[in-house]
Design a protein around this ligand. Structure first.
Ligand code: ATP
Length: 377
């Protein structure tokens, strides 16, 4: 088991890289702590597989270091890194039995046969493969084959980490949740560092304690599913996480934040910070879940036009035009379905401000004891 550190790591497939876009992995420093269950989440082509292959040693990075428990492993071959990797498509030897498939990594390193037997039985039991051990792998279903692939990673005692590269792609939807639960159980039982690559936010948040969101070769946020939802550190996280994603609109800084004729409420501390930054582009984001839709007229709220309401069973998505821009609000099942002109507001706590796509944060105002007493009264 190991902590995996990526130190000033970068990778390009180009022979002559000249600009950031030439890099599949842009320089990053990142730590996967020992024993954690992590997900690496991002759209197709953002660099997930490249990063995983660098960790496992299948690919040599152009720059930077990979460290396991603080020890540089760049020069170690994949088989010397004690990393198990489970790919999209199961890697099994069809002509061998399930037992022999599971025993393979142990036989390779000369483990005595009696030890192999007990280890294979233990892992087969966890993966619910005990009654399949004598079968040839060829006849197994895709999910059983994928379990054998995972099992091959788990039989070795000294495995530092298990890397999963979209392991459920070929699994039937109704079996996916079962395998996912199994992975979670294995993580709890073995306390192994696990990194799970996916482009599916549901898969990421059901598996991982912490998710690294990757975009254009960079990890733009590393946080719990809740942090990614409540406090997206980058506009891409706001857009990619959530269904539908965050509403964004570009504002101007003129004493206050303005979107057309509308003033967007924000703190004085935020305005001071923004004035100091002199940003070229300021974007405001609010999640549909946090847009407040008023039942009736409210002079403190924005007057907007309803475009349409989509009924999704247990909730509804209201689309409305705000200063000519389409935005969305999530309505609960029992909420009245509005039409025509309605009033919405954006609670300040959930209204996030981004400069150059990154979240701008200001410290919460310090409340002194006397103020607290005053508020309490
Ligand atoms: N062998 C290669 N040679 C050249 N470019 C490559 C190679 N492998 C990947 N790339 C490029 O590097 C970038 C990152 O690809 P990578 O496969 O790591 O992304 P990914 O997030 O895993 O995508 P996917 O989910 O589609 O597998 C992409 O632009 C891709 O085209």
């Amino acid at each position: 088991m190991a902590a995996i550190t990526l130190n000033a790591l970068a990778h390009t497939y180009s022979d002559n890289p000249t600009k950031p876009e030439d890099y599949a992995i842009r320089e990053m420093t990142h730590v996967w702590e020992q024993g954690g269950a992590f997900a690496l989440l991002g759209p197709s082509g953002c660099g997930k597989s490249t990063l995983l292959n660098i960790i496992s040693g299948l690919l040599e990075p152009s720059n930077g270091e990979v460290l396991f428990d603080g020890k540089r492993v760049n020069e170690l071959k994949p088989e010397e890194r004690n990393i198990a990797q489970v790919f999209q498509f199961p890697v099994v030897y069809d002509t061998m039995t399930v037992f022999d498939n599971l025993a393979f990594p142990l036989r390779n390193i000369g483990v005595p046969e009696h030890k192999i037997k007990s280890k294979v039985f233990e892992v087969a039991d966890i993966l619910e493969l005990s009654d399949q051990l004598k079968r040839k792998a060829k006849g197994l279903s895709a999910d059983q084959k994928q379990k054998v692939s995972m099992g091959r990673g788990l039989v070795r005692d000294n495995v530092s980490a298990i890397l999963f590269d979209e392991p459920l792609t070929v699994i039937d939807p109704q079996l996916k949740w079962k395998l996912r639960r199994k992975l979670k159980q294995i993580h709890e039982q073995f306390n192994i560092t696990m990194v799970y690559v996916t482009h599916d936010q549901l898969e990421a948040s059901t598996f991982a304690d912490k998710i690294a969101v990757m975009y254009n070769g960079q990890i733009v946020q590393f946080g719990t599913p809740r942090e990614l939802f409540e406090k997206p550190a980058h506009t891409f996280v706001g857009y990619f996480i959530g269904s539908p994603g965050m509403n964004f609109f570009e504002v101007e800084l003129k004493d206050t934040l303005r979107f057309g004729d509308h003033e967007i409420t924000t703190s004085d501390a935020m305005l001071t910070r923004l004035n100091a930054m002199q940003p070229k582009k300021i974007t405001v984001g609010i999640r549909p879940e946090f847009v407040h839709v008023w039942d009736g007229k409210n002079d403190d709220a924005f007057k907007v036009d309803v475009d349409y309401v989509e009924d999704l069973g247990t909730y509804k998505i209201l689309s409305f035009l705000f200063n000519g821009q389409m935005m969305k609000a999530r309505l609960s099942e029992d909420q009245k379905v509005p039409s025509g002109q309605i009033y919405v507001s954006f609670p300040e706590q959930w209204t996030k401000v981004y400069v150059d796509e990154y979240l701008v944060e200001v410290a919460d105002p310090v409340i002194t004891q006397s103020e607290e007493t005053h508020h309490a009264n």
